[in-house]
Ligand binder design. Sequence first.
Ligand SMILES: Cc1cc2nc3c(=O)[nH]c(=O)nc-3n(C[C@H](O)[C@H](O)[C@H](O)COP(=O)(O)OP(=O)(O)OC[C@H]3O[C@@H](n4cnc5c(N)ncnc54)[C@H](O)[C@@H]3O)c2cc1C
Length: 423
Amino acid sequence: MPGQLKFEDESLAGSGLARLRVFIITLCPLCALWLLFMLKNTFPKKTEVLIVGAGPAGSTLAYELARLGIDVLFLDKSRFPREKTCAGGISVRILRFLPFDLGPVVEKFISGITFTHKFEEPIFRHYPEPLMVTARRESLDQFLAHQAKEMGASFRDGVQFLSLKQENGQVLVETSSGTCSAKFIIGADGAQSIVAKRLGLMSESSHNILAIHSEVPTSLFPWLEPDVIHIDWGSLKRSYAYLFPKKNFFSMGAGGFNIPPPKIKNYQRAFLTTKWRKEESLPFSAAGFFLPLRQKRRPIQKGRSLLLGDAAGLIDPFSGEGIFYAIRSAQIAAPLLAEALREQRDSLQLCQEAIDRELMPELECSRLFREIFNLRPSLFHRKIASSDRWWTALAKILRGEKTFLDVKKKLGPLGSLLLRMAR
Ligand SMILES: Cc1cc2nc3c(=O)[nH]c(=O)nc-3n(C[C@H](O)[C@H](O)[C@H](O)COP(=O)(O)OP(=O)(O)OC[C@H]3O[C@@H](n4cnc5c(N)ncnc54)[C@H](O)[C@@H]3O)c2cc1C
């Protein structure tokens, strides 16, 4: 019947419309989500501060700037989470400086150290409170980058910094994902900083620490205590070997100041062998890394650029500790960067001055004590074994309750004289 036919047509048309409506209803949110995703992930053309590197220095600075309401982009050439070779020993004083809890990424609380001198005379020292914590860098750095994103910083991983040009009150930054213009650029891109190279900074650093490092599954060393670190010292000038426990593996390496690679390689091998206690050859590989040390307060800024963390050579010349200085250099720089933006300055000289004031004296004192220690490592070893005063002083330095700067102050004018000589 025609009427019926008409009815069928309408229902057909109706179901077509309904399908279209369903199609639009399902597709639109998808389109909107896709658009949102594209907008969020297209590489920004402009930002106030661009940070190269999302290690502890870069992520901390991104966090602090975002907290101050600044438009900040931080990028890293690696996809996160990314691996990073590091013993992962974190001074507990960092925990006092961070505005959030590092608990989720802490693997071990360390409350004791076994020291050997030239692989002999082992002594064990325990401290009632944690001397340090250990973390896997993959988790720590992912966690810090996440905190910065949560605070509002934009993060692009898998994006490599290529070059920069400073002109007309801005920095044009070329990356593998496009060009971005920023008011300031920060090089937090680690020990082999490309930002530093492009700026012509840190080029004369002939002072460095060379570290040879292996990661060994804990199952291969069931006889080692899981919450104790091992240090060997005195075997090789201005060097020490370390074993730091994590949940599933031990970080085992050796590091030294201005040491030829074959020497430190042999030292690390000898250290591993003393722990291995087996006839067969060692079933793990090792890799080497150079950490440049900042010398004589050479510039770490130029125009609208600044270097932080390893890129600026802010590493303890005695222990090789760098995570603390990466985080602190970023925390010191953040409010001054905000001020520079507010007052439309075209230099970050004040950031460098603040880092010189707040971090360099401690690092320079550490260099002095490395030299003093190096005169008679056996004396220090025996003192740590026999004197509670010496052990407590070292434990307090490790915990960040005291620094070598305090020790230098105790020496009075002699300390100042020695420091001038050591610089
Ligand atoms: C073997 C070894 C053991 C160590 N153990 C300790 C320890 O136990 N405790 C401690 O405190 N310190 C330790 N350190 C030092 C510590 O690892 C560094 O001081 C610390 O990682 C510095 O942080 P950062 O943010 O400055 O640089 P990094 O952590 O190196 O981060 C730099 C980031 O920049 C990125 N990047 C580099 N180039 C580019 C580019 N062109 N474009 C985009 N991104 C780029 C990298 O991918 C990286 O993610 C150790 C170092 C070594 C080598």
